[in-house]
Design a protein around this ligand. Structure first.
Ligand code: IMP
Ligand code: MG
Length: 174
């Protein structure tokens, strides 16, 4: 079986527009504040680096690496491979994710981080796939809503590959 990635869903130009729109919202909402931006590795590394260069408030950048799996609990279990480096108590925190799919990872992560008592805790995702949601998680900032397709590029991978595409492509197994 071969992988076909020839179908472009989101062009590089559309990604640039999405970045400008999100940065405008964030620059307005966090004006006068110091923001801790936490990118979720590995998928969000490109989106995080593009987004932070459009932010005008003081920013501290950090990364976490997490994954969720469905064990005996239907809510899933969060595995932290790499925690962030800063203490977020009393701080304004923005989690930056590549895509929200079932919503399990972010629902679990938000619960865990809320216990560290940040002043505020919000999520900015590049892409949202609401058709696959298993809970009521809604991102605070969403770049683009995408259909129920497996997508790659702009940091998103299939088994570690295709993150380097500068647009978003739909994966077809042929
Ligand atoms: P969930 O929201 O907990 O289901 O998981 C979201 C994670 O699954 C994302 O951070 C991605 O790493 C991965 N993921 C979900 N959908 C896609 C996709 O279409 N392409 C690539 N990765 C995806
Ligand atoms: Mg991810």
């Amino acid at each position: 079986m071969a992988i076909d990635t020839s179908r472009v869903l989101v062009t590089h130009e559309q990604i640039e527009e999405m970045l400008e729109r999100l940065a405008d919202q964030l620059n307005r909402d966090y004006a006068g504040k110091h923001l801790i931006v936490v990118g979720i590795l590995t998928g969000a590394f490109i989106f995080t680096s593009d987004l932070i260069r459009r932010l005008t408030m003081p920013v501290t950048v950090d990364f976490m690496q997490v994954s969720s799996y469905v064990g005996e609990l239907s809510t899933g279990v969060l595995k932290i491979k790499k925690d962030m480096s800063y203490d977020i108590e009393g701080k304004d925190v923005l989690i930056v994710e590549d895509i929200v799919d079932t919503g399990r990872t972010l629902a679990l992560l938000m619960d865990m981080l809320a216990k560290r008592n940040p002043a505020s805790l919000k999520v900015c995702t590049a892409f949202d796939k609401p058709a696959r949601r298993v809970n009521s998680f809604v991102p605070d900032y969403n770049g683009l809503t995408v259909p129920d397709e497996f997508i790659v590029g702009y940091g998103l991978d299939l088994d570690g590959e295709y993150r380097n595409f500068d647009d978003i492509r739909i994966v077809r197994k042929v």
